[in-house]
Structure formats: structure tokens, C-alpha cells
Design a protein around this ligand. Structure first.
Ligand code: SF4
Length: 337
């Protein structure tokens, strides 16, 4: 392999590559900017906060809003009582509709205040605790306990870049204390249930890659990395062992070979069907008839039981029909023998 086959890769892409080489190739081909997407999922409702001053600021704001919505509800109830007393039935009916809407807003504020108050309580009552630096096993951790132990939580403004390994990325947060540098990533709440958690090789390799980047760009020691679960404050510390480091380096080198081969129309093999069943890249979507007709897009689709043409991102790129659960449901796959 010559030097031109040594590609830049983002840490998140490497994680996808570990999950499935085809997913890694798709992600690598779509890498447009230098930056990595944030681990915080886009939610339109209420986002958990990870800093006590921010929680207290938000709590004060929501308490003010709660008072204001509560005042409006009380005012409206008084107005409705007066309207009822003087026999303005229509005004009472209109008031009831407005009350419903106000009640919803009030309910939202009450939920926000309760959530923030609970987060504040957890932050204040947490006791300082951190994983041992020489741990070789995974250790359960709590965000507030780590902050109480003296770690500063840093949100990097830009991705870290290492010219030598051609690796770039930005963990969700970096915890710093003395010479310790701890990368933190967040994964979905589906990986955590009542104290049990599920960590997969793609998460471990991501942490090892961020550890490599931090050591290369900032120096210091990175004995472990942390995975936090969704909007909880619970997580697990994964030791960055010599063995995990070795696995990271192997995957990093393997990616270059696979990506170079994929560029020469030699794609990676199909993974196990189980990998594809819930994969977003293999989810069948209805093909846009206009695009198919004028052929501005390469579509590798198949007609489903409903007579419509379906395709997927992975299917188009690798010219196949991924065995996604939806593809099975829509009759896009050959019948099982
Ligand atoms: S659909 Fe299957 S092959 Fe395609 S990226 Fe997803 S897991 Fe990989």
C-alpha cells in the first residue's frame, strides 16, 4: 500500500467501520467537514444538563416561567368563575379551551422544574468517586461523582487532529484533572437498563482512538475512557489497555486497506444478517420516481409486495438488498429456505 492509500478518518467513522465495514465506507465517503457531529441527540423537548451552574441557571428561569404560567391559569380560572356567575356560558366554554392549552404549558414547566431539581439534588449529594487509574476491568461511574472528584469537564470547540495517524475527532467531553485526560462519549439509552449495560467493540475502539488523539495532541495520561448512557448520568469507565490500543491500531490500518479496495470497486463482504436488521443505512425507502426516471441517482432497488420500488443507501452503494427487518416485512428479500 503506498502513502496515497493512507486516508484521514474520523473517530466516529472508525467506530462505524468496526460495527460494519460497509457502514464505515459509507460514512467515510460522506465525510464533508473536519468536525464530528455532537453526541447529544437532537430533541425538541427537554435536554438534560451536565453542569451544576447551568442547571441552577435553568432552574431559576423555569421557576420564573412556572410562576408566570401559574398566574395566567389562576387569572383565567377567576375570569371563568365570574363568567359562570353572570351566565356567560360561551365565555366559559372558550375559557375551558384556553385553560387546556395553558394547562399543557404549565405541565411542561412543572416537568422541567422537577427534572432540573432532581438533577441539582443528584449533583449536590454526589460523593467524590473515580475509577482507579490502574483498573483492568470496566467500572460503573456516575457523572456527578466524577465532577465531585475534581475533574473539569471540557467541551472541545474543534476536533483534535493527529497528522501521523491521520485521525481526527472530538469526544463529547474531555475530563481533565492534573495530567489525566479522560475522553467521554455518549451512547443511546437503549444500551443501559436498570444498572445493566451493553458495550460493544465499536464503543471501545472509539474510546481508544480518542485516547490516542488526546495523548498525541495534549499529552498527559489517558488510563481509561468513559461511556455515558443517553440522558442519564450513569456511565462506565473502559480501561485503555495495551490490548485495546493494539486492536485500535489494527482496525485503523485495516480501514485504509478496505477503503482503498472499495475505491477500486472491491467492497467489503456482507456482514452477518443480524447486523443489517436495524441498520439505518439499510432501511428501505420508497424510490423517488423522478430521480429514477432521469437517472441522476444510482438506485439499486426492488419492488415490494405493495408494488412500490424501494431502495436503501447501503443497497445503492453496494448494489444489493440489505436484509433489514423492514425489507423482510415489505417482501424485498427472497423467501427463506
Ligand atoms: S445495512 Fe448492513 S451492510 Fe449496510 S451498512 Fe448497515 S450493517 Fe452494514
Amino acid at each position: 500500500m503506498d502513502q496515497s492509500d493512507h486516508f484521514w478518518i474520523k473517530v466516529r467513522t472508525l467506530g462505524q467501520y468496526v460495527f460494519c465495514p460497509r457502514a464505515g465506507i459509507l460514512a467515510a465517503e460522506q465525510e464533508a467537514s473536519d468536525d464530528e457531529a455532537d453526541d447529544d441527540p437532537i430533541r425538541l423537548d427537554f435536554l438534560p444538563e451536565y453542569s451544576l451552574p447551568v442547571i441552577e441557571e435553568q432552574l431559576a428561569l423555569h421557576l420564573r416561567a412556572l410562576g408566570s404560567w401559574g398566574g395566567r391559569v389562576a387569572g383565567l380560572l377567576i375570569a371563568m368563575a365570574v363568567a359562570w356567575f353572570v351566565g356567560w356560558t360561551l365565555a366559559v366554554v372558550i375559557g375551558a379551551f384556553v385553560l387546556l392549552w395553558l394547562g399543557r404549558r404549565l405541565g411542561q414547566e412543572i416537568r422541567s422544574v422537577l427534572t432540573l431539581a432532581d438533577s441539582r439534588r443528584q449533583a449536590i449529594t454526589a460523593e467524590a468517586k473515580e475509577p482507579p487509574e490502574n483498573a483492568t476491568n470496566q467500572t460503573a461511574v456516575n457523572w456527578w461523582e466524577l465532577l465531585k472528584a475534581g475533574f473539569d469537564s471540557i467541551r472541545l470547540q474543534e476536533s483534535l487532529r493527529d497528522e501521523q495517524s491521520k485521525l481526527a475527532g472530538r469526544p463529547w467531553r474531555v475530563l481533565r484533572k492534573g495530567s489525566l485526560r479522560i475522553p467521554v462519549i455518549k451512547i443511546g439509552e437503549d444500551f443501559y437498563e436498570g444498572g445493566r449495560y451493553w458495550i460493544y467493540p465499536q464503543h471501545e475502539i472509539r474510546l481508544a482512538a480518542y485516547a490516542h488523539l488526546l495523548a498525541a495532541c495534549e499529552g498527559g495520561e489517558v488510563p481509561y475512557g468513559i461511556v455515558l448512557f443517553g440522558s442519564t448520568y450513569e456511565g462506565v469507565a473502559i480501561p485503555i489497555t495495551a490490548q485495546l490500543n493494539e486492536q485500535f491500531l489494527v482496525k485503523r490500518a485495516e480501514f485504509d486497506r478496505t477503503f482503498a479496495a472499495a475505491k477500486k470497486a472491491d467492497p467489503p463482504d456482507e456482514p452477518d444478517a443480524g447486523c443489517c436488521s436495524g441498520c439505518i443505512h439499510g432501511k428501505p425507502e420508497k424510490a423517488n420516481a423522478d430521480l429514477v426516471q432521469i437517472q441522476t441517482e444510482k438506485v439499486h432497488g426492488r419492488t415490494g409486495r405493495d408494488g412500490k420500488l424501494y431502495h436503501s443507501e447501503c443497497g445503492d452503494r453496494f448494489e444489493w438488498i440489505p436484509p433489514h427487518a423492514q425489507a423482510k416485512k415489505k417482501g424485498l428479500l427472497p423467501p427463506e429456505k
